[in-house]
Design a protein around this ligand. Structure first.
Ligand SMILES: [Zn+2]
Ligand SMILES: [Zn+2]
Length: 355
């Protein structure tokens, strides 16, 4: 039996999903099913019980990189993000399927918003079941995020609330870290926040280490290009003052404040453990003593980075001056902190100005 979490909101496993989609008069009577399993296809569910057939009709399909998907998501373009379909007898159930594997490296954050919206919409008209395979990690993570936002609870409070209902609820460690980030971003997924950028970079680092080809989808727009084209057209616009970093030799803008991945000076950080930082250390700008600046990968770095090398030099795209280094397995700042992966700009090679 699925667990009742809140009015009209239930949490369960694959068996609960089968019951919700096949029984014409189930209790409760589910109108909405959110499936968070490794495949979006209904066959994932029907395969669990040979001979079972569930009629479906697709309503919506969202693929990363296409219209309707978040542009800066940390998933490669072409990744299926979600499918909405009508399913079951008389196609009376609205099912949203979000493919997600239950691993610590899986990107929960970029799938969270549509899930929370789906639950909200579903509860307005009927009963919602959120399920994964075992009803332990993935569905629990979604429910915890929902409780955090709906009831303004911390991660700990929301998890505690769910565990009171189902002891088996236990998001994996990677999901817990992402839920913590969700809390720190104010119960939303803010892709422009430094916290999100750091998360995104770590996922890309993991992709690199696991042997995936790094292509330019992962590079942020070149601020040098967008500034030049933008400043001519929008001269009437009130310019927001922001910090820009320019090549000391040719003055080309190579990064702006928003590209900087901050680190806590002096704090040791081992490879790929962005999450293991000690709590109570917000990323602030106390990096005055640091001789390097770490940024997210930018489009002007593409030629140096795209050939797949573990490390290399970063040179100004305009004049060729050496600006710094990149290393997927990390670079240690002079303050002692490891930044991993690292796209490092040596401060003495750039000038800081406001634009
Ligand atoms: Zn430093
Ligand atoms: Zn230059």
């Amino acid at each position: 039996m699925p667990y009742l979490v809140r009015e009209r909101l239930y949490f369960g496993g694959i068996k609960d999903a089968i019951a919700a989609l096949t029984e014409s008069s189930s209790t409760p009577d589910f109108t909405h099913v959110l499936s968070v399993v490794s495949s979006a296809s209904i066959s994932f569910i029907t395969d669990c019980r040979p001979g079972l057939e569930i009629p479906t009709e697709e309503v919506l399909r969202v693929v990363a990189g296409e219209e309707g998907a978040a542009p800066t998501a940390a998933v490669p373009p072409g990744t299926l993000m979600r499918v909405v379909e009508r399913a079951g007898h008389g196609l009376r159930v609205t099912r949203m399927a979000v493919p997600l594997r239950d691993t610590e490296e899986a990107d929960l954050l970029d799938r969270l918003e549509p899930c929370l919206e789906f639950i909200d919409e579903g509860r307005k008209v009927g009963n919602v079941l959120v399920h994964c395979f075992a009803g332990v990690s993935r569905s629990a993570s979604i429910i915890v995020a929902y409780l955090m936002r709906a009831e303004q609870k911390s991660l700990e409070e929301a998890l505690e609330a769910l565990k009171e209902i189902s002891e088996s609820a236990c998001p994996n460690d990677g999901f817990l870290d992402q839920l913590k980030l969700f809390e720190e971003m104010g119960f939303k997924v803010d892709t422009s926040s430094p916290l999100y950028k750091r998360f995104r970079l770590k996922l890309l680092g993991q992709s690199y280490i696991s042997g995936e080809k790094i292509s330019s989808y992962m590079f942020e727009d070149d601020p040098g290009l967008s500034l030049e084209s933008g400043s001519c057209q929008d001269s009437s616009k009130v310019e927001q003052r922001k910090t820009a970093y320019r090549c000391r030799k040719c003055r080309r803008v190579i990064a702006v404040e928003g590209n900087v991945i901050s680190h806590v000076p002096g704090e040791g950080e081992s490879c790929f453990d962005w999450n293991r930082r000690k709590s109570g250390h917000p990323y602030n700008n106390k990096e005055h003593g640091c001789s390097s600046l770490f940024v997210e990968p930018l489009k002007w770095m593409t030629p140096a980075v795209e050939d797949g090398a573990l490390e290399g030099k970063l040179s100004c795209i305009h004049c060729g001056a050496r600006l710094g280094y990149f290393n997927w397995s990390g670079i240690q700042c002079n303050c002692g902190s490891w930044v991993t992966p690292a796209f490092q700009i040596v401060k003495s090679k750039v000038d800081i100005s406001t634009i």
